[in-house]
Design a protein around this ligand. Structure first.
Ligand code: ADP
Ligand code: MG
Length: 351
C-alpha cells in the first residue's frame, strides 16, 4: 500500500468548507446579516425572501453604511471594522468580530449590495464573487439610494449541492427565517422590523421601532401568550458575574400544548443554553399540567470577562463561568414568581 501524499487544499475549497460551517441554511445567513445591521446601529430592518431564502434573501437597513473605500475588501475573509486586537474579544460589544460572515456567504451564493454612508452624496452598488468584487463589474457603481445598506444574497448553496439537498422545503426554511427575525425583534426593541415573502404585500412580521417587548410578544406570538405574561426581574449576583437578568415568562394559567422553546439572550446574543432550559422545564413541571409548555424569554447580562463567545462557528453556544450557580439562581426566582401567582390564582378563584 502506498502512503498518500499530503497536499494543501485549494483556497476555494477551504473557503467553501469554512462557509458551510457558518452558514447552515438560509436562516443562519440571515442571522449574520441581521446582526450586521444591528451592529451598524440600524433602527429599521426589512427582510424579504424568495423560496425560503434560497432563491433570494434581501435585507435593508438604515444603519451607518459601508465606506466606498472599504467595498473592495468587505467580503474578504477576516476583514472587520469591529475587532483590532485579540484582547478586545474580552469586551466585544458587537455581534460580529471575525469578519467571516460576508466572506463565507460570498463563497456559496451571489452577493450584491447597495450602501450609502451619511456623508456620501450617492449610494454605491457592488457585486461579489468568492470574496472579491465580481470581475464583470470590478468598480462600485454610483446609484441613487438612502442612508444604510441593502444586502442581497441570491442562489444560496448554488455550488454546494450536498447542502442544498439536505435543506427542508422552502415553506419550512421560511418559517425558520420568520422565527429568527421574531427572536431578534423581541430582543432589539429599538429596531423596527418587517419580514415578508418577496413580491407580496403582506408582512409576516411588522413591528415599529420603540414598540414595547410585551407589544412585540402580542404581535409575534399572539394575545394568548401576551395576556398571561409576567415580567421577570432577577436580582443580580455580582459574585457570579450576573449583572442583570430580565425576562418575560408566562404564568401558570397559560395553557398551551404547542411548544415554543425558551428564548435566551446572553449579552445580547441569541444562544442555546441547555442547563438553563432544563432547569426552567423542571421548575414549570411542578406548576403546569403534563405536556404543557410555557413561553420563556430571558435576557442575561454577564460580566464579559466570564463569557467566551468564540466557542462555535455560528456563535450559537457560549460558555460562561459559574453556570450552575447562575442557572440555579434564575430557576429559583422563576419558581418564586410562579408560586406567588399560583397563590393569587387560588385566592382569586376562592372569592
Ligand atoms: P463582522 O461582522 O464579523 O465584522 P462580516 O463579514 O459580517 O464580519 O462583515 C464585515 C464588515 O462589513 C463589518 O465589520 C462591517 O464593517 C461591514 N458591514 C457588514 N454589513 C454591514 C451593514 N449592514 N451595515 C454597515 N456595515 C456592514
Ligand atoms: Mg457580521
Amino acid at each position: 500500500m502506498t502512503t498518500p501524499r499530503i497536499r494543501p487544499l485549494e483556497e476555494a475549497v477551504v473557503n467553501r468548507i469554512a462557509a458551510g460551517e457558518i452558514v447552515l441554511a438560509p436562516y443562519s445567513a440571515l442571522k449574520e446579516l441581521l446582526e450586521n445591521s444591528i451592529d451598524a446601529q440600524a433602527t429599521s430592518i426589512d427582510v424579504a425572501c424568495k423560496e425560503g431564502g434560497l432563491k433570494l434573501l434581501q435585507i435593508t437597513d438604515n444603519g451607518v453604511g459601508i465606506a466606498k473605500d472599504d467595498l473592495a475588501i468587505v467580503c474578504e475573509r477576516f476583514t472587520t471594522s469591529k475587532l483590532r486586537k485579540f484582547e478586545d474579544l474580552q469586551h466585544i460589544a458587537t455581534y460580529g468580530f471575525r469578519g467571516e460572515a460576508l466572506a463565507s456567504i460570498s463563497h456559496i451564493a451571489h452577493v450584491s449590495l447597495v450602501t450609502k454612508t451619511r456623508d456620501s452624496p450617492c449610494a454605491w452598488k457592488c457585486r461579489y464573487d468568492a470574496g472579491r468584487l465580481d470581475a464583470r463589474t470590478p468598480e462600485p457603481q454610483p446609484v441613487a439610494g438612502t442612508d444604510g445598506t441593502t444586502l442581497v444574497v441570491e442562489d444560496l448553496f448554488y455550488n454546494f449541492p450536498s447542502r442544498l439537498h439536505s435543506l427542508r422545503p422552502p415553506a419550512e426554511e421560511y418559517a425558520k427565517i420568520v422565527d429568527i427575525v421574531s427572536k431578534y425583534a423581541l430582543h432589539a426593541t429599538h429596531v423596527g422590523f418587517t419580514c415578508k415573502k418577496y413580491g407580496t404585500a403582506a408582512n409576516d412580521i411588522a413591528l415599529r421601532s420603540g414598540m414595547s417587548q410585551k407589544e412585540r410578544v402580542r404581535a409575534i406570538y399572539g394575545s394568548a401568550v401576551a395576556s398571561e405574561l409576567l415580567e421577570l426581574e432577577v436580582e443580580p449576583r455580582a459574585e457570579y458575574g450576573l449583572l442583570k437578568c430580565t425576562g418575560l415568562i408566562t404564568n401558570v394559567n397559560y395553557d398551551n400544548k404547542k411548544s415554543t422553546p425558551p428564548i435566551f439572550f446572553i449579552n445580547g446574543r441569541l444562544v442555546s443554553c441547555d442547563p438553563l432550559r432544563r432547569a426552567i422545564a423542571q421548575t414549570y413541571g411542578t406548576y403546569l399540567p403534563k405536556g404543557h409548555k410555557p413561553f420563556v424569554y430571558l435576557s442575561l447580562e454577564l460580566d464579559s470577562v466570564n463569557v467566551d463567545v468564540n466557542v462555535h462557528p455560528t456563535k450559537r453556544e457560549v460558555r460562561f463561568l459559574y453556570e450552575d450557580e447562575i442557572v440555579d439562581h434564575v430557576a429559583q426566582k422563576i419558581a418564586e414568581v410562579l408560586a406567588n401567582t399560583d397563590v393569587s390564582r387560588t385566592f382569586l378563584t376562592q372569592q
